[in-house]
Design a protein around this ligand. Structure first.
Ligand code: IFM
Length: 431
């Protein structure tokens, strides 16, 4: 094979898809399900006000104006249909899968652990292994048992002991045959949506809807401790584990390139949004987990929010610049010199118009970074399935696989996913 057409992806590259328990499993009782039931009617009533700027509004308005849209309920029934979903992974030539453990299932009441739930995840892991699919297990993807939320969740340092006890259990019971573990998902998103940015600014609502910079700082610092302590506990139980977290990193740029104030705000945002958490936990990261969705342009103004081009935009109105992952891969490598796993990357695209382009650009960006010597270990597309997109509910479609919830949860592989399956085969080279 000529030098310049040799596949750059190592043979053990992890090609995967990501999910999160609350977004796909169904049948849960956690602080989000309680919040959803409480707020569904109002979210439906105010949908037009929040969403009518979207190009897709005429198409989604019926769904978005129904309270049902905002209730995760039986979700995609992944909890019972995981075997079908693992087969889909195989059909897509994926060799890895990211999922999360639902704390509320394992410890529905404080100190009472549900053996059946533990057995469920043990079986789930053993089935993944049987299919030769590498599990990437995420311990905390934003949802928590109601009792933990009622005592203030991560706002109070004294509550960290409960998270640690849960991590101990995961380490003891659920790490057999597991190599990759993520402790927490996107602490910057969780903290800013739940504790800092009011809805008119962020455009989203998020429990516990407590808006206070003081509370936000406490939560962020406590999540940092939670990650560090989880790392220690997991390593003590199984030193060979490769442990990281999923960081939401944005390619942050100044809106007006030579404007000093725009440049200043850009530097600040890069530091606080992208690097602060990683910088303070670098010794507790065996790899860098990178979730990429956004290239954001900042103009000096208050409130400090991105001022992005209007086009091209995803169904959710998010500006799309998939190639923006390239500078992040270079910087993450330059800062930390640790292998990188792209733990999430994808687009809400109900007509599957942009997904293939998005993935293609991302693969090119990865190839560029690989050829610069950046060590990338895996790529996980968000998501395997259409799923529950938090306070937006059911209308955004991120799945490689469409899920028809009105037709017995029928799964249909999207054309872009078929294309990806072919691409993976080529890029993996001859076996
Ligand atoms: O659906 C979310 C996921 O839970 C965390 N990262 C971003 C995704 C798309 O918004």
């Amino acid at each position: 094979m000529p030098e310049d057409t040799k596949p750059l992806f190592p043979p053990d590259f992890l090609w995967g898809a990501s999910t999160a328990g609350h977004q796909v499993e169904g049948g849960l009782h956690d602080q989000w399900t309680v919040w959803e039931l409480h707020n569904a009617a109002e979210l439906a009533r105010t949908a037009e006000h929040r969403l009518n700027r979207l190009a897709i509004w005429p198409e989604i308005k019926n769904q978005a104006q129904k309270p049902d849209n905002y209730v995760s309920g039986e979700s995609t029934q992944h909890f019972n249909r995981y075997e079908t979903d693992f087969k889909l992974l195989k059909e897509l030539n994926l060799n890895a899968f990211r999922f999360s453990i639902e704390w509320s299932r394992i410890e529905p009441q404080q100190g009472r652990f549900d053996q059946e739930a533990i057995n469920h995840y043990r079986k789930y892991l053993s089935r993944l292994k049987l299919h030769n699919i590498e599990p990437v297990m995420n311990i905390w993807h934003w949802t928590m048992p109601v009792w933990f939320a009622e005592m203030g969740g991560f706002k109070y340092r004294r509550n960290l002991k409960f998270f640690e006890r849960f991590v101990e259990l995961v380490a003891r019971e659920l790490t057999d045959g597991v190599t990759y573990v993520l402790t927490i998902n996107e602490p910057n998103v969780y903290t800013s949506y739940g504790y800092l940015l009011p809805e008119p600014v962020s455009g989203v609502r998020w429990p516990p809807e407590e808006k206070s910079p003081l509370a936000a700082s406490r939560v962020y610092l406590n999540l940092l401790s939670a990650h560090r302590r989880a790392y220690k506990i997991l390593k003590r139980h199984k030193p060979s584990l490769q442990i990281g977290m999923a960081s939401n990193l944005a390619n942050i740029q100044a809106k007006r390139p030579h404007n000093i104030l725009d440049e200043e705000i850009t530097q600040l945002m890069r530091y606080f949004w992208d690097w602060w958490f990683l910088k303070h936990s670098r010794r507790q990261q065996d790899f860098i987990g990178l979730n990429y969705y956004f290239t954001d342009y900042y103009r000096f103004k208050f409130p400090v929010l991105p001022d992005d081009p209007k086009m091209p935009a995803s169904d959710m109105g998010w500006y799309m610049e998939p190639e923006g992952i390239y500078p992040l891969l270079l910087r993450a490598w330059a800062h930390y010199k640790k292998p990188i796993i792209i733990t999430e990357n994808g687009v809400a695209d109900r007509h599957d118009e942009y997904r293939r382009w998005w993935i293609e650009e991302t693969i090119v960006a990865m190839e560029r970074a690989l050829s610069e010597g950046v060590k990338i270990k895996g790529y996980f597309h968000w998501s395997l399935l259409d799923n529950f997109e938090w306070s937006y509910g059911w209308w955004p479609n991120f799945g490689l696989v469409e899920v028809d919830r009105s037709d017995k949860m029928k799964r249909t592989i999207r054309p872009s996913a078929k294309w990806l399956a072919g691409r993976i085969k080529k890029l993996s080279g001859p076996k």
